[in-house]
Design a binder for this molecule. Structure first.
Ligand SMILES: CC(C)(O)[C@@H](O)C(=O)O
Ligand SMILES: [Mg+2]
Length: 560
């Protein structure tokens, strides 16, 4: 076996590297340390958001665990954006940008410093895809450590989370909630640290990382405030050092079959639409052939098993207490809905990891058996049609009637759409069109939780359609369609919709259609003029210039 410092020796061995070693001595290294593997700890700790404010203890535990396992830990920072705080504002345009920044941080530090492996620790939702994209680009043995979910807030016997507050905005503005209740919900929804509590984007991505085999079993649904998250890090550190010795790399783990496993768990748990965008980007970083149509393939064969928010009843911590992701995976594996032979970071296969996991418990109703699913097919559907020839994403389950044909109510930004909802100007039967919010046009595909939450709060979630070339929060549900591609800024059909045009969203036929004759659409296209870019300098301009279509993950390094 090659020595476990197979990469770091480039920076530490030989006469010419004396200056390099001097720098390490300056940080307390001793002579014997240079034979040990150097393992990065990408620390997502931040007091920007409760999703990341409980991560320092994990970074500290990682340092101790790596030292105990005979490695040299090297801590570096990764930034985050809080979607919960940036939401509804211009700041939200930096959210998807932060996925790239995080990926770049991990790739840059691991590459520049010749690290032999890396533990990536994160909380808020872009931390997971960003971290994994960086791990894959660097392709050194790596393990993802999720900071853990938040516990619910409590008010009047109800469990609260951040989405409760977004929906309360709609209820309060429609006169359906008292000011006292509104203020109490605002104050109590977030009781401490941890990522947003439903099967929203953070918990969706962490859960799918267990299925992918890049995080440890049970780790993706733990609560950040519980001691077990620290225990998980210590195990993870020891396991990663073994993976470094064995040279087990992320690209060995993140194969097409492993991505199918991840997507199966996303479907079974009722996860976020963002997962579609993020897995296109992850597959791109992994060099795996994976298109938007592959999600449909997995969706058709995978039932929704878990009763989780946003459309269901429970939170991620309830899933954890009911048996966690291993219980879901075991149930899927038993029915041939997972590939059991995929290798994972433990050095064992998926089936081997699940061998000791008990069957579904009878005393819980968070996870249903495959024989009694909540829905027989998955909920994240790819719709196509003249409005979105490259595809778009809809959550098609949990709706009484997932078909709507109605007049377009067109908005070229999010804020005016929210103002229209709050002013009671949107009626049942309308189809809202929120555009120029795509990867290039937004730029950065902001999430539309403020308008969709307000619609739910006003009781219009099932009766108003909403389509956008932007994204949705994991907390969004209702008659909503996102990632419409090509986007408006590229002259996609969504740019050509006029106020009052008839639009059909048909989840049965997987159709998104502008009911306007093709000649008229062509006539409008001929006179369409691309608007001036919203940003011409800085990171948003860089993102707008480089981003690929949402249908290929809105990645910045697609050059072929
Ligand atoms: C604010 C939320 C709910 O965390 C959102 O960012 C998501 O995508 O789930
Ligand atoms: Mg989000």
């Amino acid at each position: 076996m090659t020595a476990a410092n197979r990469r770091s020796k480039n920076i530490t061995e030989g006469v010419a590297r004396a200056p390099n070693r001097s720098m390490y001595y300056g940080m307390g290294y001793q002579e014997g340390d240079f034979g040990k593997p150097m393992i990065g700890v990408a620390n997502g700790h931040s007091t920007i958001t409760p999703c990341n404010s409980g991560l320092q203890k994990l970074a500290d535990a990682a340092v101790i665990g790596l030292k105990e396992a005979g490695a040299n830990p090297q801590v570096f920072g990764t930034p985050t954006i809080s979607d919960g705080m940036a939401m509804g504002t211009e700041g939200m345009k930096y959210s998807l940008v932060s996925r790239e920044v995080i990926a770049d941080c991990v790739e840059t530090c691991v590459g520049g410093q010749w690290m032999d492996g890396v533990l990536v620790i994160g909380g808020c939702d872009k931390n997971m895809p960003g971290g994994l994209m960086g791990m894959l680009r660097a392709n050194v043995p790596s393990l993802y450590i999720y900071g853990g979910t938040i516990l619910p807030g409590k008010y009047k016997g109800q469990d609260l989370n951040i989405v409760s507050v977004f929906e309360a905005v709609g209820q309060f503005s429609a006169g359906k909630m008292s000011e006292e209740d509104f203020c109490q919900i605002e104050k109590r929804a977030i009781p401490g640290s941890g990522s947003c509590g439903g099967m929203y984007t953070a918990n969706t991505m962490s859960s799918s990382f267990e299925a992918l085999g890049i995080s440890l079993p049970y780790s993706s649904t733990m609560a950040n405030v519980e001691d077990e998250v620290v225990e998980n890090v210590k195990r993870a550190a020891a396991i990663l050092v073994e993976a470094v010795k064995a040279d087990l790399k992320p690209k060995d783990i993140v194969t097409k079959q492993a991505i199918e496993n991840a997507v199966a768990v996303i479907m079974a748990t009722g996860g976020s639409t963002n997962a579609v965008l993020h897995y296109l980007a992850i597959a791109h970083a992994a060099g795996v052939e994976w298109t938007i149509d592959d999600f449909e393939r997995v969706r058709r064969r995978t039932p929704v098993l878990c009763d989780l928010k946003p459309s269901g009843k429970y939170l991620a911590i309830d899933l954890h207490r009911a048996g966690g992701i291993p219980a879901v995976m075991k149930e899927l594996l038993k029915h041939g809905l997972l590939h059991g032979d995929c290798i994972t970071i433990t050095g064992k296969t998926v089936a081997e990891n699940l061998a000791e996991v008990p069957d579904l418990r009878a005393d819980q109703d968070v996870i249903r058996p495959v024989s009694q699913p909540i829905y027989s097919e998955g909920h994240l559907a790819i719709l196509k049609g003249n409005l979105s020839p490259e595809g778009c994403v809809a959550k098609i389950t949990g709706l009484k009637n997932p078909v709507i044909t109605g007049p377009a109510r067109v908005f070229d930004d999010e804020q005016s759409a929210l103002a229209a909802i709050m002013a009671g100007k949107i009626q049942a039967g309308d189809v809202m069109v929120l555009r120029y919010l795509g990867p290039k046009g937004g730029p950065g595909m902001p999430e539309m939780l403020a308008p969709t939450g307000a619609l739910i709060g006003q009781g219009l979630g099932e009766s108003v359609g909403l389509i956008t070339d932007g994204r949705f929060s994991g907390g969004t549900w209702g008659m909503v369609v996102g990632h419409v591609a090509p986007e408006a800024y590229e002259g996609g059909t969504i740019a050509l919709v006029q106020e009052g045009d008839s639009i059909t969203i048909d989840a049965h036929q997987l159709l998104l259609q502008l009911n306007v004759p093709a000649e008229e659409i062509a006539r409008r296209k001929a006179t369409w003029v691309r608007p001036a870019p919203r940003y011409t300098r800085g990171v948003l301009a860089k993102f707008a210039f480089n981003a690929s279509s949402a249908s290929s993950g809105a990645v910045l390094d697609k050059f072929e």
